[in-house]
Design a protein around this ligand. Structure first.
Ligand code: B12
Ligand code: SF4
Length: 409
């Protein structure tokens, strides 16, 4: 029978998925998830998803109702792919200023690779059954609330940082799913939780974990450096630290993630490839053309930040690192970059301070016409002057022409 939950069909699904490189495979029903819908809608209303206009209440409704995503759905196959690098990528040039990237960034883009293998999984089942199977595959870029289905399938449990923690790979897993009309025997949720541990909450540098299981995405460095398309709010820039793309802090401090068993060799190739960097040199990013960006990050999740976003982030990290050798490069981008990058370069120069930075800012102000960039330059100049007054009782940069306030009026 095609519709009966047969243990051998489930075994075939699990075996095939493992054979295709998925480290974790579980099954859940296609029932709706009203409680997750309620919470996701609430997060939208609370403004936690602001800046991601695609994350709407309508999306929350759709993503918690598998039937709406595939009418006639009966089961959801949920998979996890381990992305913890078990060996480090090549180190960057000694002495160069580098930005940290999230641990998933050095892998080839997981969306396409995982979807391709999920489709191969469906084909394997179709071959076995000798009939087409109705199905839809999901990896990240669709409304399905993937963490909620992963929890229900028992792939892992919700950490208080909202990531799904698995017993074998911690939270270092990408999630994917196939909603299908196959009747598969469901797995149950794990009887596990983080108990009283709250280590991730105070560890978050921006205070984005506003309560257990609640992320204010507008404060999350991952949002700020990847999804945010405009300026990074000024008060959050110092807190971004050296994160150029994404952030792993709330995962790094998690005891579950630190005490992981060594991965058992599977003998099967992962859907993902290492693309070969574990940090990125910042100054070369500033002068990268669109074509160079596309070429370098063609098959990388870093592409998601877009060139201008990555250059914006590079300015913020350079400002935070306090590396004065970056002054000329920041000065150049302040003259020649896109407005978003110019504004952040101004901020970085203000943060680095000193006479050379002041001269660069003053010169840029004389030719800048974008109102927002002018404001950034002015704020940078004012900050430097205020700092100088605080430290020395007088303006520190006589002769540079930099004077706070009136330059901006
Ligand atoms: C939007 C999004 C983001 C946003 C918002 C994050 C967020 N917390 O929602 C931003 C850009 C900030 C982001 C960041 C990251 N993301 Co993201 N992101 C997504 C995306 C596209 C949607 C997530 C979503 O629906 N959020 C809606 C909100 C309401 O859900 P939630 O915050 O998780 O809230 C749930 C829990 O709190 C739970 N809950 C609430 N109260 C309670 C109480 C109890 C007791 C319990 C148990 C549970 C519980 O219910 C809520 C609703 O389900 C998914 C892919 C997908 N389609 O699902 C990937 C996804 C969640 N991201 C992923 C990853 C890897 C990341 C980063 C680690 C990347 C990085 N290193 O920079 C960070 C982690 C930041 C963090 N601490 O969450 C993975 C997570 C894998 C995993 N093991 O969990 C996913 C699943 C992508 C994938 N396919 O692999 N992401
Ligand atoms: S990813 Fe970083 S910024 Fe976002 S919640 Fe975790 S620690 Fe905070």
């Amino acid at each position: 029978m095609l519709t009966r939950a047969s243990p051998s069909l489930k075994a075939l699904v699990v075996r095939s998925a493992r054979g295709l490189g998925f480290h974790l495979v579980r099954v859940t029903t296609a029932e709706p998830m009203p409680e997750h819908e309620r919470i996701a809608r609430e997060r939208v209303r609370q403004g936690c998803m602001e800046g991601m206009p695609w994350f709407t209440e309508g999306r929350a409704e759709l993503g918690s109702n598998p039937q709406a995503l595939l009418p006639g759905a009966r089961s959801i196959i949920v998979v996890g792919v381990d992305y913890l690098p078990h060996e480090e990528g090549p180190a960057s040039a000694p002495g160069s200023a580098v930005g940290r990237v999230a641990r998933y960034a050095p892998w080839s883009d997981y969306h396409g690779a995982m979807k391709e293998r999920l489709r191969a999984l469906v084909r394997a089942v179709e071959r076995h059954l000798g009939r087409p199977v109705r199905s839809r595959v999901f990896v990240d870029d669709s409304p399905l609330l993937e963490r909620a289905v992963a929890e229900r399938a028992g792939l892992g449990w919700f950490g208080k940082n909202t990531n799904i923690l698995t017993p074998t790979h911690g939270s270092w897993v990408f999630l994917g799913a196939v909603i299908t009309d196959l009747e598969l025997e469901p797995d149950g949720p794990l009887k596990k939780s983080c108990g009283s541990c709250i280590r991730c909450i105070p560890a978050c540098p921006t205070g984005a974990i506003v309560a257990p299981y609640v992320i204010d995405a507008t404060r999350c460095i991952s949002y700020l450096t990847i999804e945010c398309r405009g300026p990074i709010p000024r008060h959050l820039r110092p807190l971004v630290g050296d994160w150029l793309f994404g952030c792993d802090i709330c995962q790094e401090v998690c005891p579950v993630n630190r005490d992981l068993p060594s991965p058992a060799p599977t003998g099967v190739s992962s859907p993902l490839r290492r693309t070969g960097f574990s940090a990125l040199e910042l100054v070369p990013l500033l002068s990268m053309t669109e074509e160079e960006f596309r070429k370098r990050f063609r098959d990388s999740p870093v592409r998601r930040a877009k060139r201008v976003g990555l250059q914006r982030n590079a300015c913020v990290v350079l400002g935070n690192l306090g590396d004065r050798t970056a002054l000329p490069a920041l000065g150049r981008v302040l003259r020649e970059g896109e407005p978003l990058v110019r504004g952040h370069a101004a901020w970085a120069l203000g943060r680095l301070g000193g006479a050379q930075a002041a001269r660069l800012l003053q010169a840029a102000l004389a030719q800048e016409s974008d109102p927002w960039v002018r404001e950034e330059i002015c704020v940078a100049v004012e900050g430097m002057a205020a700092e100088a007054v605080d430290c020395q009782g007088e303006r520190a940069y006589p002769g540079t022409g930099v004077a706070a306030k009136h330059a901006c009026l």
